[in-house]
Structures are given as structure tokens and as C-alpha cells.
Design a protein around this ligand. Structure first.
Ligand code: KIV
Length: 263
């Protein structure tokens, strides 16, 4: 999967699939399963590191995960999130962080949160050869400003604002835009007017693609948002495996002769 396949998929009406991945083990599985794009999301802060929000995540937290996913992905397009505080100050700061994600992490593209006010950031990265994925709607790094995890783009003015933000990112050279927690009709409108794919999460079925946090998708989380369908019960299966292993060791039925060298 290369960058030009994103637009091609939109033109052909072929839905794009994206999942988060934070390590080589899961990245390999998702890549083999044919997922088009792997996102090393800063959701790693919540899902892997036990933070309440994505705000504490740093570039140093992200880079080992980006490297691991990039090494494992054979086919998927690898997108690295830029964490809070690593890109907002200027296009130059954004470029410096993005370069690290590609040079040291091996990612193909970066994603960051924000609209028209970051168009210059997108333009500079694009001119520098770095594909950018935008992120609009509910932007978790701005959770404090948005007053919590709330649907964005409700009402005429907010919807128009979202559409013009998306257009500004596309005009600046973004290769795709994530739409998070946006009413479906608004996501449909953005999808219709943009020449680049929209990737929805809680934005309805009309987007050009969908993304989920894998922990939600696989049933690893004790709580998941309403928009996240559980496609498996991996958490329950992992619990069962760990419990059975513990029991087997305690009752000395493991290791058996087949696991033992020279009895
Ligand atoms: O960090 C993340 O996982 C994301 C997705 C929710 C799109 O940005």
C-alpha cells in the first residue's frame, strides 16, 4: 500500500481499513490480515501506558513503537501520530518531529490534530516529501479545551467550520483526513467535497475508510466507546490462557514430558 493507493481507493469506491498498532506482534497480525494502514496512535498513552489522556505521550514514547510497527509491516501504509506539544508551535517544529518519525521510526506518513490553522504545517511537510494525514472532529489532544469526549460539528456553523478545515488540509496537500466523533451527515458532506479519503471513527458508514483502536476492535478493553464494535473477545481468551497456565504450573501438569529435555 503506497500513498497513491489512498486516492485510487477513493476514486474506485473501495473502503480503506486502518487499525492502530503499537508493537511488532500485533502489527504483523494486522498486516497479514490485509489491513491497509497501521496507525501508531498516541492513543498508546491510554491503551498501553495507563494514562487517562493522550496528553502525557512524548516523541520518545512514540519512536520505539513506530520502529516496531514499521519493521513488522510488509504491506500496510504506516502512519505515526505526532504527540501533543511536538508540532503545534511552528511548521518547523512539526517538520523536525515528522522527520524523526520517518528517519528514526521508519513510518511512511505522519498524522496530527487540527484544521486550517495548521495548513502551513501540512504544506511544509508535503513540500519536504512527508505525507500528512489530518485529524478533525473530536481531537483528543484538545480534550481540555473541548470539555471532554464530545461529538464535534453539530449545528450548521460547526459543520461548515469542519468542512472548511478539511478543505484547507486537502488544499495544503494532506493525503487523507481522520474524522473522529462527527455526525454522519457532516462526515458524508466532507467525504463528498474532499478529493482525498476520509477515515472515520465514530463518523458513520459514509466515510471512505474506517479506523478503530485495536484494543476496542478486539475486545481487550473493559470499556469501549459506543462507536467501537468488538470484533473478538481477545481479552477474555488471554485471561483464560493466563489462568490455565497458572493452574497448570501450580498443579505441576506443566511442563509435561513433551516440553522437557532429557528426562
Ligand atoms: O491515537 C489514535 O489512536 C487516533 C485514532 C483514534 C484515530 O488518533
Amino acid at each position: 500500500m503506497r500513498v497513491h493507493h489512498l486516492r485510487q481507493a477513493k476514486e474506485r469506491g473501495e473502503p480503506l481499513t486502518m487499525l492502530t498498532a503499537y508493537d511488532a506482534v500485533t502489527a504483523r497480525i494486522f498486516d497479514e490480515a490485509g489491513i491497509d494502514m497501521l496507525l501508531i496512535g498516541d492513543s498508546m498513552g491510554n491503551t498501553m501506558h495507563g494514562h487517562e489522556t493522550t496528553i502525557p505521550v512524548t516523541v520518545d514514547d512514540m519512536l520505539p513503537a513506530v520502529r516496531a510497527v514499521s519493521r513488522a509491516a510488509q504491506r500496510a501504509f504506516v502512519v505515526a501520530d505526532l504527540p501533543f506539544g511536538s508540532y503545534e508551535a511552528s511548521p518547523q517544529q512539526c517538520l523536525a518531529t515528522a522527520v524523526r518519525m520517518l528517519k528514526e521510526g521508519g513510518a511512511h506518513a505522519v498524522k496530527f490534530e487540527g484544521g486550517a490553522h495548521l495548513a502551513e504545517h501540512v504544506r511544509l511537510l508535503t513540500r519536504s516529501g512527508i505525507p500528512v494525514v489530518g485529524h478533525l472532529g473530536f481531537t483528543p489532544q484538545a480534550e481540555n479545551l473541548l470539555g471532554g469526549k464530545r461529538v464535534q460539528g453539530r449545528g450548521h456553523d460547526a459543520a461548515e467550520h469542519l468542512v472548511s478545515d478539511a478543505m484547507a488540509l486537502a488544499d495544503a496537500g494532506a493525503v487523507a483526513v481522520v474524522l473522529e466523533m462527527v455526525p454522519a451527515p457532516v462526515a458524508d458532506r466532507v467525504t463528498e467535497v474532499l478529493p482525498i479519503p476520509t477515515i472515520g471513527i465514530g463518523a458513520g458508514p459514509g466515510c471512505d475508510g474506517q479506523v478503530l483502536v485495536w484494543i476496542d476492535m478486539a475486545g481487550m478493553a473493559s470499556w469501549s466507546p459506543r462507536f467501537a464494535k468488538r470484533f473478538g473477545e481477545v481479552g477474555a481468551e488471554l485471561y483464560r490462557a493466563a489462568r490455565d497456565y497458572g493452574r497448570a504450573v501450580r498443579e505441576r501438569s506443566f511442563p509435561g514430558p513433551e516440553h522437557t529435555f532429557e528426562k
